[in-house]
Ligand binder design. Sequence first.
Ligand code: ADP
Ligand code: MG
Length: 703
Amino acid sequence: MSTAFFETPIEYLKGVGPKRADLLKKELKIFTFYDLLTFFPFRYVDKSKFYNINQINNDFTYVQLCGKIISIDTIGSNIRNQRLVAKLEDNTGIIELVWFKGLKWIKNSLTLNKEYIVFGKPNYFKNKFNITHPEIELKEAHNNSDFKETFQAFYFSTEKLKAKGLNSKGISKLIKTLCLSAKGIIPETLNEDIIKSLKLISREQALLNIHLPKNINLLKQAQRRLKFEELFFIQLQLLKQKLKTKQTVKGHKFLTVGKYFNNFYHNNLPFKLTNAQKRVIKEIRVDTGSGKQMNRLLQGDVGSGKTLVALMTMLIALDNNYQCCLMAPTEILANQHFNTITKMLEGINVNIALLTGSTKTTKRNEIYEQLLNKKLQILIGTHALIEDKVKFNNLGLVVIDEQHKFGVAQRAKLWEKNNIPPHVLVMTATPIPRTLAMTIYSDLDISVIDDLPPGRKSIKTYHFKDSDRLKVFGFMKRQILKGQQIYIVFPLIEESEKLDLKDLMDGYESIVREFPLPEYAVSIVHGRMKNQDKNFEMQRFIKGETQIMVATTVIEVGVDIPKASVMIIENAERFGLSQLHQLRGRVGRGADQAYCILMTKDKLSEDAAKRIKIMTSTNDGFIIAKADLELRGPGVFNGTQQSGVLNLKIADIVKDEKILIYSKKLALEILNDDIELHKPKYRPLAEHLAFINKNKTNWSVIS
Ligand code: ADP
Ligand code: MG
């Protein structure tokens, strides 16, 4: 097999050279011939179609015309605003072609009264259409050219690449060169049976036609084949990993449910478990008792009661004489877990500790020691848990809360804290649509909490514009009078951290002015504060000493304060859907009617308006996640992006659900037949998998 050709560094392609190679690597992560060959167009334009000038309307993104140039004029007196305008005429009308750059060169290359083929994007300007910087070619030359594109492929590019001549067209040129030399040596990656039964075209056909489609039919077949292949190999990889882990990795066997669990269940459980909670705990018990390592993802909407499931799982671990740990993404959340769990276990003799970045050295050393001599049973904390110094005596269970906030590597590190790897329960409140979960978590088993604790009133969500702020203040005052507490959240996005901080402080000051002491008290929490101060402010709010909490998104995940029933989100247009949903999930945790108010500037972009509309029309996290996925693509799921699995090049998780389901089924069948893919018929699969793993530029395995 000619993998060597595909592994050739990109600088060796004719037309690339070291400088462009550098940019291709940096900007597009294209390192090798293979990377370029699998850099797919994002759009095609049918160039077999010609339009008349009078047919152009606002719906046209691109148009191809044929006509005569009847005038060429340079307009504007100084170099700065000079432009070249040529008039193109056909039987139906006249349209202006406009250039702002390269005027001289273009002027010299155009000939009056000759017929041209013109291609470009029509703009509507001063009551008529024009085309700026069109592609233009003499009709004669066009007809004689030996390579006539019926479909022109468009490639993503960046400003830096464009500056080096690598706009869509430039990239397309490189790919053509590559395709020519790759012809005849592109290896097949699927075995005969699959190709036949799915009626796929060959890989070579597919790759050539995805870049240079001969016709629409071949283009569609190329897309189908490459989408299938992409999803299929991801599934093959993940499932192979999962099945092998199941076969080879031994797990702790939690055989008994004993005094810790029962004592809690009968004496301390403050409410009845929901049916979903019961079901999930059963699933976990089966897993942890099986002798194999559990790797389970617990999905449940915000407020569905995942913490309790985690706690009860930990108690089973204690009953079997193992230690456990619970890791949360923020210090605020770790603190909260420590407090609630300590309180829930009141009267039951369990040794719990909290380990975060702010834990003092003496306390820290005490924790390290007690972990080793097994005195400590439950350790709760932040990333601090991952540090090498944290060594357990016998770690039986790891719980990771809000796992989408963590990277793969961080999770993997906790595995290594015991010879026999601990059972792993990862929890997420970001509801991931089923298809997506199937792809990225093929190696995890999934449990879902699909009902909320009883008595929750659904949160009422309203949209207000900045100009209506006084109404919102009035509403806040009425709520506070009723004894409710209020969050006001400001965006904090890294790139403009300074500006955001200013917004936050301005907002805080105007709130303090509007809600003065002694009648009202306001807390503030943001990322720049010391952890100690953050905790102090949080505690004041939790205790009800303050009525309003002004904060950045540091309170986004997990925070649970039942008396807070109003969530006001400032600049809501700047937040993504899943973030808005997470924030809204901070309220509605008690029995009182909860409200979420989305404040935005008066004028909204189309996308922002859509997001606001979705938020005001549903509370269902799954619907919101699905909408998010459709609006923004799979990259929206933070942690999953780090997993890399979702850098899909051609398949679309939402649109290609059927292909995904099928590819998973097929991958499973094949692995059940021959997990090592040693049989001769699976050779192409094994070889391609090896190739992917060797050239692992864009996807890795989650563990
Ligand atoms: P999340 O799933 O978002 O992490 P939490 O675990 O923080 O949710 O639970 C949200 C709130 O619901 C907490 O105040 C918790 O005490 C409460 N809760 C959990 N389970 C139940 C239940 N079965 N009945 C009533 N309230 C519950
Ligand atoms: Mg939680």
